[in-house]
Design a protein around this ligand. Structure first.
Ligand SMILES: NC(=O)c1ccc[n+]([C@@H]2O[C@H](COP(=O)([O-])OP(=O)(O)OC[C@H]3O[C@@H](n4cnc5c(N)ncnc54)[C@H](OP(=O)(O)O)[C@@H]3O)[C@@H](O)[C@H]2O)c1
Length: 355
């Protein structure tokens, strides 16, 4: 066992943060403080602090006790709300949360060694339309706004001259088994398949025709957490950015029959629909299915954020990151994405989240 390490995971209840917490706690020499507005149970070597990072006073008061922190894993996200919600209005909350978290923790702890900042493939404009693929870390940014750029620029300037450094990780579409965290692809596929089957339909790809045949990539959450641990502790990762994906690419048209097999369903011809619109009236059906099949009682909107699935299945352009750099720097884990989908979806069935 090495020297004791104390992580602060910012956004500890998120789709990414919860896996980082889980991963770090498997290491005997780590203890973890998790931050989010919601409260959560403490556990062995884990303490949860409920704090609103957009409230500078609340953040300063609660973070000043984190004098032991050696590492920060920053995986918080807050979407702007209201009519102006969009790329530009996401900047202020997400830049300010980072500023309040890092200034508070680095001010409290002289032991801080590294900050791991989670950004994503949207750095390259993967959400805007076709972009240069495979994307490499050295590629130029897309046309702003993009809150990642504001976070990176602030952290770059703030870290200068400090005794700690930082590392940026760029994942793509996280996939994990975390029922109740709706911004995730696996439950969207599981619930969509289950509803289709209940209605006697084949499993049809609901996205754009071009998305069925384009190249895509994802990042398994547990794999990403391994990468975050590596990036936090590998000396050479300081002041570097890394794409982190499963390391393979796929086309939905090849994966879809395998997803259908998990649900014992025939594959249908793709049919483009808005899941947001077509699932809007299925809450009642889901309640009935929950009762009929004895499923764990998750409300429909707790399980899936349909706009997220529409976004993923609407990418009718190649989405590919080059992961050569992380391999060169020493992170060699890979995940077979087809095997991952079958395994995760099988778990949604086995654990009675879907029939
Ligand atoms: N999910 C993906 O597929 C994906 C893919 C690529 C990149 N990323 C990037 O990864 C980062 C994290 O995203 P995510 O998907 O993990 O987000 P998420 O699941 O929405 O989690 C966000 C976390 O931040 C916390 N949070 C939000 N506002 C807060 C506040 N004011 N004070 C304290 N904590 C706050 C939330 O907890 P409370 O609500 O309890 O506060 C939650 O724990 C984002 O920059 C995102 O762009 C995500």
């Amino acid at each position: 066992m090495g020297e004791r390490k104390h992580a602060v995971v910012v956004g500890a209840l998120g789709v990414i943060g919860r896996y980082i917490v889980e991963r770090l706690l498997k290491e005997e020499d780590w203890s973890v403080v998790g931050l989010s507005r919601r409260g959560a149970q403490d556990g062995p070597r884990y303490r949860h602090v409920g704090v609103d990072l957009l409230d500078a006073g609340d953040a300063a008061a609660k973070l000043k006790g984190l004098g032991e922190a050696t590492h920060i894993f920053y995986a918080a996200f807050q979407a702007s709300t209201g009519a102006a919600a969009g790329y530009a209005s996401n900047i202020a909350p997400n830049r300010d949360m980072l500023i309040n978290a890092v200034t508070g923790i680095s001010g409290a702890s002289r032991r801080l060694r590294r900050v791991v900042l989670v950004t994503g493939t949207k750095y390259y404009g993967s959400h805007l339309g076709p972009f240069k693929t495979p994307a490499r870390e050295s590629d130029p940014r897309h046309m702003p706004p993009d809150y990642y750029f504001d976070q990176i620029d602030w952290l770059t300037a703030f870290q200068r001259g400090k005794s700690w450094d930082w590392t940026e990780l760029r994942p793509q579409t996280l996939c994990g088994f975390a029922p109740g965290t709706p911004m995730s692809l696996a439950p969207a596929i599981a619930v969509y398949a289950a509803v289709s089957k209940e209605l006697g339909l084949p499993l049809r790809f609901p996205g754009k025709p071009g998305a069925y045949t384009s190249l895509y990539q994802v990042t398994e959450s547990a794999h990403f957490a391994n990468a975050a641990l590596w990036a936090a502790t590998e000396p050479g990762c300081g002041l570097e950015a890394f794409n982190i994906t499963n390391g393979d690419y796929f086309r939905w048209k090849h994966v879809w029959p395998k997803l259908a097999a998990v649900f014992d369903m025939p594959v249908g011809e793709p049919q483009s629909i808005s899941l947001t619109q077509h699932m809007a009236d299925k809450g009642e059906l889901w309640r009935a299915m929950t009762h009929k099949y004895g499923l764990k009682p998750f409300a429909f909107d707790q399980l899936v954020a349909w706009p997220f699935a529409d976004y993923v299945f609407g990418c009718d352009w190649d989405v590919m990151s080059d992961v050569t750099k992380s391999r060169r720097f020493g992170f060699h884990d890979v995940v077979d994405s087809e095997e991952m989908f079958a395994r995760l979806l099988g778990r949604f069935r086995a654990e009675r989240i879907v029939p």
